[in-house]
Ligand binder design. Structure first.
Ligand code: C5P
Length: 413
């Protein structure tokens, strides 16, 4: 995704400098090239050797290096890269940037550059909140510098507050955002995920083994493409994705209500494993085994079909409605007939249950194999990480909406 992109990473002094090593690894993994400047402060926390080993490039530490400056090192560094990222950005380097101080290779390069700069502050919360730092930050933002973080949390110094450096994954996302347009910006998307629980009594329910991973990954991938995402999730042991409005529900009826309230949207993806039935009667008290010699019997009624309701909504049908089909046999035929029965546009079908080795094929697994079915075609997507399936699906959505092909590499596929 970052192929042919050259990033200059300036690592200043701070305990979170160790996270910058992970950032270097992530940039490289995304095919970007990264050259690093390590300030004297940075060198107190990580070594030039680890930085150069990971980046695969020479590390610049000294403004007065005869060999580097013979080629005007700081000017060259400031020009030949596409983007400068300062992570961690200490209060000191932020102050130097704001005031045009150039007394080492990092600050001199920052003053000499004509390229965009992202700063990722990391410092003690009092230092961050200090008026001097806040005014410096304001100055830099007004000059067009992009700010990532800082985050709230416990600091290495033991204090808690705003000042932690953002996680490398989040910094990488900001770098990608800088280079690539958000193809789904201004698009509203609704995703359902996880199982539903249909109560029998206050302690028991009918549910299923869905983990919600696939739906959460789809919500994440849509958000990364710039969509404004609402995720309606049944009980799932997962963190809500960043910048996604997550609504937690338990029953199919609650899921339907939340989805209808989220309309209108342009894209709806129903990946939830909604209970098809619920107990006809729900006991308001716990059913006690002592009260009857017989075991209780349950009768069931159907739950509302959310995918069907949204696909056939009279006034607010989304432009693109995508369903899932969890099957144990005849997957292609079932997927085709589900497409028609539900009135949705695409179906992603997957086998559920255990494989020959006794491993779950989809539920709870981080991987999935998909049959992608539309009224025109059927594609088989090999077994791979659910995060990649999510990105593949989002790429299809982008191509559908923009009516043109998207490069695989742009979606890290
Ligand atoms: O009918 P079946 O459960 O096999 O259909 C699966 C698809 O329908 C999935 O996309 C699922 O999210 C959706 N569904 C729904 N509401 C239901 C049952 C299924 O939205 N009550």
């Amino acid at each position: 995704m970052l192929k042919d992109k050259k990033i200059l990473l300036i690592i200043s002094g701070g305990i979170s400098a160790y996270k910058s090593l992970e950032l270097i690894r992530l940039i490289k993994k995304n095919n970007g090239s990264v050259t690093c400047i390590l300030t004297k402060g940075g060198e107190q926390f990580i070594t030039p050797l680890s930085v150069s080993s990971l980046s695969g490039n020479k590390v610049y530490c000294d403004l007065w290096s005869l060999t580097d400056e013979a080629e005007m090192g700081h000017i060259r560094l400031s020009r030949e890269n596409d983007l400068i990222v300062v992570a961690p950005a200490s209060a000191d380097i932020i102050a130097k940037m704001a005031h045009g101080i150039a007394d080492d290779i990092a600050s001199t390069t920052l003053l000499a550059t004509n390229k965009n700069i992202i700063i990722v502050p990391a410092m003690n919360p009092e230092m961050w909140n200090n008026t001097a730092t806040q005014e410096n930050i304001k100055t830099l933002i007004n000059r067009g510098v992009k700010l990532v973080g800082p985050e709230k949390g416990e600091m290495a110094c033991g204090e808690t507050g705003l000042g932690r450096m953002s996680e490398p994954e989040d910094i990488l996302t900001s770098i990608k955002d800088f280079f690539f347009d958000k193809p789904l910006k201004n698009i509203n998307a609704l995703v359902t995920a996880g199982p539903t629980y249909e109560p029998i009594d206050p302690v028991r329910f009918i549910g299923n083994r869905s983990s919600g991973i696939q739906g959460y990954e789809i919500a994440k991938a849509l958000e990364q493409a710039g969509a404004n995402v609402t995720l309606v999730s049944g009980p799932a042991n997962l963190n809500s994705p960043k910048n996604v409005k997550t609504i937690h529900i338990e029953t199919a009826q609650d899921m339907l209500n939340a989805c209808i309230s989220a309309l209108p949207v342009q894209i709806c993806i129903c990946s939830a494993a909604v209970s098809d039935w619920k107990p006809q009667h729900q006991s308001s008290q716990k059913i006690k085994k002592e009260e009857s010699s017989k075991s209780p019997s349950l009768s069931f009624i159907q739950t509302p079909d959310i995918l069907n309701t949204i696909s056939n909504h009279k006034s607010k049908r989304p432009d693109l409605v995508i369903g899932f089909a969890a099957e144990t046999q005849n997957i292609e035929a079932h997927a085709q007939s589900k497409l028609e029965k539900k009135g949705c546009d695409w179906i992603l079908a997957n086998y559920v249950g255990k494989d020959d080795l006794g491993n779950e094929r989809a539920f709870g697994s981080n991987e999935n194999q998909i049959y992608f079915v539309t009224d025109k075609k059927m594609e088989t997507w090999k077994r791979q990480a659910k995060s990649i399936i999510a990105r593949k699906l989002v790429k299809k959505i982008i191509e559908h909406i923009n009516d043109k092909k998207v490069q695989d590499k742009q979606w890290n596929l």
